[in-house]
Ligand binder design. Structure first.
Ligand code: GLY
Length: 313
């Protein structure tokens, strides 16, 4: 409606028309649950069979419950993803620094998608030209569109972008910070966050400017073995004190709990181990120094977080 660039798509709540759409367009194709699914409701299907099975699972209610009662089937977009976040008071838009997430569970972007296995900032894929497109074609049109709909948006708006051949398309929006993008972004933010959030809530961001550390930051997510599928909980986590002693490193807790005075894993994504350094390469080293200090039974993490930033040169 507001010409925000996106993939070609259709929405379905019945199985047969959805299967016909898949047969017509063919794989690769993307099947999305049209509701909240903890970041796991997107199936990038490599075959028509895989796409059809995802549709049947979602629309029959077996996968994601009510969140899967409608599905969006979308053209498969190639390219490199980036996360573009901005603060807005419903009129003024202040972009955050660029960031990139790593959604698949295994190295080299293999395996099923997760909520995010690691992120870094800045992301060189967001060139000044891409930044301009994201601001004008995605953020401005969305914020103005929401205001025109009588639902002005205030807060953090997150656009998941796909970038190819200098063109931006929108994959998704989140009405929140990204996890794990938030961790490196806030490690780089010099400004006090509270006045910025208050200004969003009060509807007046004019006069607010964000200051950033020049340094890069990288977050490596440590997950429970088996995530994003089933995983066992309750394993004691070792090495948190050693990691806490490392400079320019913060271990953000996500899926942890305390049992008998010890931290144990209690969720899929357990820790966001986030390092800062003068370059992305240095921040990667710092984050993995922290990761190597920490262990529990079955702990899993990607070993290539941030590599895409390095191979761009
Ligand atoms: N990292 C993706 C998200 O927060 O949705």
């Amino acid at each position: 409606k507001y010409q925000v660039p996106t993939a070609f798509y259709e929405v379905f709540s019945e199985i047969e028309p959805a299967l016909a759409f898949i047969a017509r367009h063919g794989a690769p194709i993307v099947v999305k649950a049209d509701g909240l699914a903890a970041g796991k409701g997107v199936i990038v299907a490599r075959s028509n069979e895989e796409a059809s099975e995802a549709v049947r699972d979602m629309l029959s209610g077996n996968a994601f419950g009510a969140a899967g009662s409608r599905v969006v089937i979308e053209e498969f977009l190639e390219g490199e993803e980036a996360s573009f976040l901005a603060f807005t008071d419903g009129k003024v838009i202040i972009p955050l620094a660029s960031a990139q997430d790593h959604k698949p569970v295994f190295d080299n972007d293999e395996g099923p998608n997760t909520g995010g296995m690691g992120a870094y900032s800045p992301a060189p894929v967001v060139t000044p030209e891409i930044h301009e497109q994201a601001m004008h074609l995605v953020m401005r049109r969305t914020v103005d569109g929401m205001a025109a709909e009588g639902r002005p948006y205030r807060g953090v708006l997150y656009a998941g972008l796909m970038i190819k051949d200098g063109q931006v398309k929108t994959l998704e929006f989140n009405a929140r910070f990204g996890d794990p993008e938030c961790q490196p972004l806030l490690m780089r933010l010099k400004s006090d966050l509270v006045p910025v959030l208050l200004a969003c809530a009060r509807g007046d961001l004019s006069g607010i400017e964000l200051e950033w550390h020049d340094q890069a930051a990288v977050c490596v997510v440590m997950a429970s073995g088996g995530y994003p599928g089933d995983f066992a909980k309750g394993f004691p986590i070792d090495g948190l004190e050693q990691a806490a002693a490392i400079d320019d490193l913060v271990v953000f807790h996500a899926g942890t709990a305390q049992q008998g005075g010890r931290f144990v894993n209690s969720g899929g994504r357990v820790l966001g181990v986030t390092g800062r350094g003068p370059t992305v390469a240095a921040a990667i080293d710092k984050a993995y120094q922290g990761v190597r200090a920490i262990s529990w039974e079955g702990a899993h993490y990607r070993t290539d977080i941030g590599r895409k930033a390095l191979t761009r040169g």
